[in-house]
Structures are given as C-alpha cells and as structure tokens.
Design a protein around this ligand. Sequence first.
Ligand SMILES: [Zn+2]
Ligand SMILES: [Zn+2]
Length: 257
Amino acid sequence: MHSLETHRIVLAMLLALTAALANVAGGSLVARRVWSRHYLKYFIALGAGFMLATAMLEMIPESVRLRAPAGSVFFDSSEIVFLLVLGGYFLVHFFEHALAPHFHFGEETHREEISHAHASSAALLGLAIHSFFDGVAIASGLLVSAWLGGVIFMAIILHKMPEGFTVASLMIASGRGRAAALLSSAILGAATLLGVGLMFVLHRTVADALPVTAGVTLYVAASDLIPEVNREPGVWVAVLVFLGVAMLLALKALANA
Ligand SMILES: [Zn+2]
Ligand SMILES: [Zn+2]
C-alpha cells in the first residue's frame, strides 16, 4: 500500500480513537454530580451549528464534485447525490426514532418510557448505527482531503461527549447500573472505530458514502441536537449555534487565505 495511504489510516484511527474516548468521557459523567455536566449543552449547541455548516458547505458540495456527471434513467447526477443525503437522513430517523420506542438526545429522565423491555436496547442500537456513520464520515472526509477529514472530525467530536452521556443516562433510567452505562458509551466508541475501519476497506465507495454521512450529520444536528438547544431557557445556548457556524466559516477563510 502507498505510504500516504498508510499515513492516512493511522491518522484516521487516531481521530476515531479520540472520538471514541470522548464517548466514554461523556458516559462517565452520568451518575455523578459534577460541574462539567452543565457544559454538555454548550457542546450540543456549538456542535449543531458546526455540523450543519460542515454538512451544507463542505460534505454536500464535495459529494457533488466527486460524482461523475452521468446520471441514470430517472435521476441526474446531482439528484443522485441528494437522494443519498436524504437516505442518510432517514436512516437515522428510522433507527433512532421509528425502531426505538423512545429516544431524544440529552439526559434521559423518563423512566416510564424507557423501562419497557427493549426500549433502551433499541435506543442503544439506534445510537450505535448513528455512531458507526460518524466513523464512516471521518474516514470518507480523510479519503477526499486532510481538510475535509479535519472539519468532519471537529463536527463529530463536538457532539461525542453529549452522545456518550445520552446513552449512559438511558441505561441508568432503564434501571441498569453504572457499569452498563459506561459499557454502552464504549459500544458507541467502538461503533465509530468500526465505521472508520470499514470505510478504509471500502474506500472505492467514498462518492456514495460521503453524501449518506452528510445526511446522517444533518439529522443529528437539526433533528437530534437543535431540539435540545431549544429546550434550554434563555437565548445564550441558542446564540452558541451561530458561533458553531461562524467557527466553520472562520476555518474556511483561514484555509483559503
Ligand atoms: Zn426521555
Ligand atoms: Zn454521533
């Protein structure tokens, strides 16, 4: 294998490992009364803005550029890109919200909803599938360029601690212990590592994988994170979403300077 590719795989694995550790760090905050828990909502807000900007200004335009102009009988090439984005969006909707009886991003306190036999397992499965695509997104980005991989990694890492916290609080609310809570956050981390690893094996499919992960990113940002932002009283958490967008724009300006 070419040395540059080996270099990228090592980088991808390091980034995925960092994301996985952030999952476990988030999970470890549950069942503890520590000040850092209160900061998770800031990560949710910054993450939502940064993820939306990354999906719309980087992942989708790059997906359009990657695709050869030839379409199929029914769809032209840009329609195929947006079909894949739509597919990624509804993939998360299906596994997090259609298959799982109860799920929302944030601290789980609804013991009634989550105590049903398979509710927490289904939510864990949904989050694991979403985390798998977090990994596919990082690897797909790195396969295109160091810049794209870098900004996608930032978009992912910003929501990894709240994600680990979410799944751990789900386990606690469903009556399981702290060990199960930590294990579930580690499962999400492992799913991210698996996504990175598998994407490097299937690197030829990057033109299809990137738009799917753009759709996943849109769902996580707009349909999982933004509702949590909107539950917060006051305007400051909502304002942080714009700071997340501004961060991506500033990075883009710096990179093009
Ligand atoms: Zn709930
Ligand atoms: Zn995620």
